[in-house]
Design a protein. Structure first.
Length: 118
């Protein structure tokens, strides 16, 4: 996957973004700027999961995972549904999946471009 070209970006957003779009995008990127939240969102790119599964996937303490999931839910990035007493989480849309994938792809490229350490 590669970042969109400038031409593709113009087709997706025919007019220049306004202050509200920049503010919302900055808020979204700030939420993604936390390692645990990014790991949770990445885990959800594979499909629905409950808190136990997500705790195992990201390696954080369960209370921290619950707090991060609450922030992501309040921001409208993840959806929840009840399955008995269990709460199951999922990504709200494919745009977020692509954004998480692209962020990790950029990180992968930067890591592979680093000179080897002695």
């Amino acid at each position: 996957m590669h970042l969109s070209s400038a031409h593709d970006a113009q087709e997706a957003h025919p007019r220049s973004p306004g202050d509200e779009q920049f503010a919302l995008a900055a808020e979204l990127l700030a939420l993604l700027g936390d390692r645990t939240r990014l790991a949770l969102l990445h885990a959800l790119t594979g499909g629905e999961a409950d808190v136990t599964t997500l705790t195992e996937a990201c390696g954080a303490a369960r209370p921290a995972v619950s707090q991060h999931l609450a922030r992501l839910r309040l921001a409208g990035l993840v959806a929840t549904r009840k399955e008995g007493r269990r709460v199951v989480y999922s990504l709200r849309d494919g745009h977020l999946r692509r954004l998480v994938d692209e962020a990790l792809n950029v990180a992968d490229h930067r890591l592979s471009d680093r000179p080897p350490h002695d």
